[in-house]
Design a protein around this ligand. Structure first.
Ligand SMILES: Cc1cc2nc3c(=O)[nH]c(=O)nc-3n(C[C@H](O)[C@H](O)[C@H](O)COP(=O)(O)O)c2cc1C
Length: 312
């Protein structure tokens, strides 16, 4: 049975209208007294909330999820995998794909600009032309590798464009939300970051549906924009291959192939300042810019010694 050819029509997406620019404040705050030095106690927050009067009536904090719900959330994060092998041809039911796209569309976004679009591709012809583009970039990358690594790379499958019934292009529109999008002024990269978060939502929702997703980044972005006839101002954030799979591996496929290793949590958590280790565990051995730097050693903290800080 073929996959439903179209997604349900969605109502036109409203463009986030930027709120009116705040007017300049008219009241000028009093100039600080230059004689007054800051009391060091001002910086001490240990007593905050104990002696000080609470700003508003203290009530119970908003509840988290119960144990089973929390475990389900963590499980889908743990068991999400990037998949390139073992895809099946089974069609993806319309309502399943819609749930996955709905999840993507609930992602956080800079200034709530929702800069993503999802181009759902099923046509074998289009997938073939995308595959050709990716193969050219694959060859170019292979040529750039040192001999040993190139040999290892030859064995790796890096895409499943032709093996999956659905491919999804996720884009970012840097103009969405207007010129004054809150939070994008200084950091324009926040638009593609937002679309990347939509990808993660999609990936997790797909895993919960038993759908594998493989991210392919072997593309020249402008080449793809032209080949797919996308509006020229869009950025391509992700090309995703989606389909049912025989299994979800326990570990990343690149790890299983000996291409990469997992970095322990203790290597990437720093206490107050970069390099001061917060969690117990072995010192970083590779991939660190300054692996032997003294400050990179773990300094025992009471909370970690109590055993709450497990070595990841
Ligand atoms: C931005 C991004 C680009 C990626 N591009 C590719 C790719 O072109 N080909 C590929 O096989 N995997 C690609 N991946 C998947 C990673 O290899 C994969 O996430 C990583 O090995 C960890 O495995 P896991 O996702 O199963 O935990 C990409 C992942 C991300 C986040």
């Amino acid at each position: 049975m073929p996959t439903a050819p179209h997604l349900a029509p969605t109502p036109p997406q409203g463009v986030t209208v930027p709120a009116e620019e705040p007017r300049e404040a008219t009241a000028v705050p009093a100039a600080p007294d230059p004689e007054l030095a800051q009391d060091p106690d001002d910086l001490d927050t240990r007593g905050a909330g104990v002696d000080a009067a609470p700003a508003r009536p203290a009530g119970p904090a908003a509840p988290g999820y119960d144990d089973a719900e929390r475990e389900a959330v963590l499980k889908v994060m743990r068991e999400r995998r990037d998949i390139r092998n073992g895809f099946r041809g089974d069609p993806i039911p319309h309502e399943v794909l819609l749930r996955v796209l709905e999840a993507a569309h609930t992602a956080p976004s800079v200034g709530h600009s929702q800069p993503w679009d999802f181009v759902v591709i099923r046509s074998a012809d289009t997938r073939r032309s995308m595959h050709e583009l990716a193969m050219r970039q694959r060859d170019a990358y292979a040529k750039s590798l040192p001999k040993g690594r190139a040999k290892q790379f030859k064995e790796l499958k890096i895409e499943a464009i032709l093996d999956t019934p659905v491919n999804i292009v996720v884009t970012a529109d840097p103009t969405r939300g207007g010129r004054h999008t809150l939070g994008r002024h200084t950091q324009p990269q926040m638009a593609p970051y937002s679309s990347a978060l939509a990808v993660e939502n999609l990936w997790l929702a797909a895993r919960a549906e038993g759908l594998g997703v493989g991210w392919v980044s072997f593309f020249d972005e402008r080449e793809m924009v032209r080949a797919l006839g996308l509006p020229e101002h869009l950025e391509v954030v992700a090309y995703l291959c989606v389909g049912y799979v025989d299994e979800f591996p326990d570990e990343p496929e690149l790890m299983q192939a000996g291409w990469s290793k997992r970095r322990p949590l203790s290597w990437v958590v720093h206490e107050e300042t970069y390099g001061r280790r917060a969690l117990p565990g072995e010192d970083p051995t590779t991939c660190s810019p300054r692996p032997s730097h003294r400050s990179a050693r773990w300094t025992p903290r009471r909370s970690a010694r109590r055993g709450s800080g497990r070595s990841a």
